[in-house]
Design a protein around this ligand. Structure first.
Ligand code: ADP
Ligand code: SF4
Ligand code: MG
Length: 366
């Protein structure tokens, strides 16, 4: 346990609003044992596929998540990246308890969430919060912004005393860069970027330590994406949050991630530090994703080889035998059909699930 003097990091004299003072001070007394705060162990979620109207029978399973392992350390950002339909949102729903795993474990501060007492579960539900992808669908259009942000306190009333709530709502709106006077407005009166800020304020209301961000900027205009990303980065610095940051594009999480896991068809195919994955990717799928990152500088266009993946992502209800990526991989051989490659380090310094893993040096031209 690292104990650093609990003074306000920003001012040193606690002249900031109470909200910021409390959270900033909390950061410095956070348990820092070098242990991950959140661990996902062999997580599996298979959705049954049913047929029939009156008598429903199971005819198969959608293997949405099939043996995912992740570790999130205090204060870090873990990027989870993969194409649409690869199981990212299912991972986030399993972590949030919105879906029940078929098998596997989720550990918070070393404790299995499935074996937690009511009290521990309550604390877990406070400590781990989510920011959803769609800021239009995730806010109740009939509630004022103030009530949306304050809603989590109805379930956890001990976090903020009732009479302090209006003031705390204003502080939260201020924290996410919104005018506190907007607390009485309704979601439709805000732009997409502003709505996502409201979603972030609501997620912060319970003073969480982990934020699962499920593609929080994908539904926003490109010009607004950077503003929301910068806000999340500032909040992490200020509040010491840990992020599991989900994106379908490696470029989105590039500036934020400390470590990255790349997902394909329900499994992690490569994971490593920011430098491992962005500068020396070993798995062909990661290499293809990185080659698709657009080059902004006109003079440098054509300087990097573009790998175009052919074919669609196979159905998770009937994934290919052996390596799941083999139907789209230009390096595939017979062993890839016969043997499922384990996610291990094959000499590249970080794990990848490929029989023929080899680091490719990426020259970033953007
Ligand atoms: N409730 C559900 N019932 C059946 N299939 C589902 C359900 N939720 C997700 N899936 C399927 O699981 C797969 C992964 O979905 P999802 O986790 O949403 O992927 P991503 O977030 O990466 O786009 C998809 O094929 C999707 O259709
Ligand atoms: S195991 Fe084979 S098919 Fe899979 S990524 Fe490696 S080379 Fe391609
Ligand atoms: Mg999703």
């Amino acid at each position: 346990m690292r104990t650093v003097p609990a003074t306000c990091r920003s001012c040193g004299k606690c002249v900031r609003p109470a909200w910021r003072h409390v959270t900033t001070a909390r950061r410095f007394s956070v348990s820092d044992t070098g242990e991950p705060i959140l661990v996902v162990k062999d997580l599996v979620k298979h959705f049954p596929l049913t047929q029939g109207i009156v008598f429903q029978r199971t005819v198969g399973h959608v293997q949405a998540v099939d043996g995912v392992n992740l570790e999130l350390y205090p204060g870090e950002t873990m990027g989870l990246v993969g194409e649409s339909g690869c199981g990212k949102s299912t991972v986030s729903k399993l972590i949030m308890g919105l879906e029940k795993p078929t098998s596997g474990q989720i550990l918070f501060e070393g404790k299995d969430v499935a074996a937690m007492s009511r009290r521990e579960l309550r604390r877990y539900r406070r400590q781990v919060q989510i920011v959803f992808q769609d800021p239009y669908a995730s806010l109740n259009p009939r509630m004022t912004v103030g009530n949306i942000v304050a809603e989590p306190w109805d379930i956890h009333p001990d976090v903020v005393p009732r009479k302090e709530r209006p003031r705390r709502v204003r502080e939260l709106l201020d924290l996410v860069g919104l005018n506190p006077d907007y607390a009485n407005r309704y979601p439709h009166q805000f732009s997409g970027g502003q709505r996502q800020r409201i979603g972030v304020a609501r997620a912060l209301a319970l003073r969480p330590s982990v934020l699962v961000c499920d593609e929080p900027v994908s539904a926003l205009d490109v010009s607004v994406q950077a503003q929301v990303m910068n806000l999340l980065e500032d909040l992490q610095d200020e509040l010491g949050l840990s992020y599991l940051f989900i994106a379908h594009d490696l470029s989105v999480v590039r500036h934020l991630s400390d470590r990255v896991a790349v997902m394909y068809l329900g499994r992690i195919v490569e994971s490593g530090t920011h430098a491992d994955v962005y500068d020396q990717p070993a798995h062909p799928y990661t290499q293809a994703l990185l080659s698709a990152v657009p080059v902004h500088e006109p003079a440098l266009r054509g300087a990097k080889e573009r790998i175009v993946l052919t074919g669609d992502v196979p159905s998770p209800a009937d994934p290919p035998s052996g390596c799941r990526f083999r139907t789209r991989c230009w390096k595939a051989q017979q062993i890839c059909v016969d043997q499922d490659p384990a996610l291990v380090d094959r000499g590249q310094g970080h794990p990848s699930a490929c029989h023929f893993a080899e680091s490719v040096e990426i020259v970033h031209t953007d």
